[in-house]
Design a protein around this ligand. Structure first.
Ligand code: PEP
Ligand code: MN
Length: 374
């Protein structure tokens, strides 16, 4: 069960003390308090865990600091979408809005290589009105002898260049909790010219200690990739690990599943799960067409498979697109063959806008028809 307190309830107020005293003394029930800092107000959510079946919802609703009570299921307690659950989805980070109704594109380099390429990418993004990008500094690689990313050495010039080209949020994978501090120290030293969304890669989806460490901080939001060989439920539970430690600013990323059934694509494209994740949870949903498709194969209609997969995800309501681009793909140190080219950026962005608008029109088409087939 979840008790949501009135916004901005002071911790020293009688109403708060009385409410918490009552809840703390419920037999067999333990409490977990979760603070949600919105743009205008602070929300306090009190999760009641344990013996909650026999609790009287009306009695708890009547406590002086309680605004409303939601009965929640065991799955995805914080991030889940529960019956009668009107809680907001999404968050704002560094001036950029992330929700289940809007869309942000993160085009950029799979792996940071040289300053010229980072600059060419970010300058093109700025010219196209984009404020988000992807830049890999810490790369998890299958082969230990492959390039592992420049690590913290590249952070200063990547962040400075982002500031120069007005990039507000960089999606950057981390593979170890020490990377959070490396990123934070560098950003702080530079006066925070940009922001970072910490990316957890598919190989680390169930690295629970990493998830807990990332969840313990609230400075950076998280992009969690679906595990490539586990169920959707298992991946959503991994996201809940972040929230259970205190960080609910999580975006869930579909990136395809590892199975030969997906061939000739690198992974089996799973973007039909975009609306499913939005139904089960309040997380914005990202699609990664580059790592799903993994090639520059082109259909007879002239469009790359990557473009088609992107369109499928966006038309189904995706909220974020993570895509590999490179100014000189033949020189890229990681995933060059699947990268989109700079002269494809404009059409790609227009295609995405078209599909996002079509999703909105589809929504209007079906609005008011909920329940007609139930
Ligand atoms: C990536 O986005 O660079 C990446 C390694 O993706 P994934 O974890 O989905 O393989
Ligand atoms: Mn890659």
């Amino acid at each position: 069960m979840l008790a949501i307190l009135y916004p901005d309830t002071p911790l020293e107020s009688d109403a708060y003390r009385e409410t918490m005293h009552f809840l703390e003394n419920l037999p067999g029930v333990s409490l977990r308090v979760h603070e949600v800092q919105g743009a205008q107000q602070k929300l306090t959510e009190v999760y009641l865990l344990g013996e909650t079946k026999s609790l009287d919802k009306d009695e708890i609703s009547a406590l002086p600091a309680v605004e409303r009570v939601i009965r929640i299921s065991d799955d995805y307690r914080i991030l889940g979408r529960h019956r009668d659950d009107q809680r907001q989805s999404g968050f704002t980070y560094n001036g950029v809005n992330f929700g289940q109704d809007n869309l942000n594109v993160f085009a950029g380099l799979c792996a940071v290589d040289i300053p010229e390429h980072v600059e060419a990418m970010m300058s093109a993004l700025q010219q196209h009105g984009q404020v988000c990008t992807r830049m890999g500094a810490y790369k998890p690689r299958t082969n230990p002898y492959s390039f592992q990313g420049h690590g913290k050495g590249c952070l200063p010039w990547v962040f400075e260049t982002a500031g120069k080209y007005d990039q507000k949020v960089i999606a950057m994978e981390i593979t170890h909790e020490s990377h959070i501090e490396e990123i934070d120290t560098c950003l702080e030293k530079l006066g925070r010219p940009t922001g970072v969304m910490l990316q957890v890669g598919t190989r680390n989806t169930q690295n629970f200690e990493l998830l807990k460490a990332i969840g313990r901080q609230n400075t950076y939001p998280v992009l969690l990739k679906r595990g490539f060989g586990i169920t959707l439920n298992e991946s959503l539970n991994a996201a809940e690990y972040l929230a259970s430690e205190g960080n609910a600013n999580v975006i869930f990323c579909l990136r395809g599943m590892k199975t030969e059934a997906g061939l000739p694509h690198r992974n089996m494209v799973d973007f039909a799960h975009v609306p499913t994740v939005k139904r089960l949870t309040r997380m914005p949903v990202c699609i990664d067409p580059s790592h799903s498709v993994g090639s520059r194969d082109r259909a007879p209609d002239g469009m790359l498979d990557v473009m088609h997969a992107t369109a499928q995800g966006v038309i189904a309501g995706a909220n974020m697109v993570l895509a590999d681009f490179h100014p000189k793909p033949e020189k890229a140190l990681v995933d060059g063959p699947q990268a989109l080219h700079m002269d494809e950026l404009s059409a790609f962005l227009q295609d995405i806008e078209l599909c996002h608008n079509t999703w909105k029109k589809r929504q209007a088409l079906y609005s008011g028809r909920q329940g007609t087939n139930q």
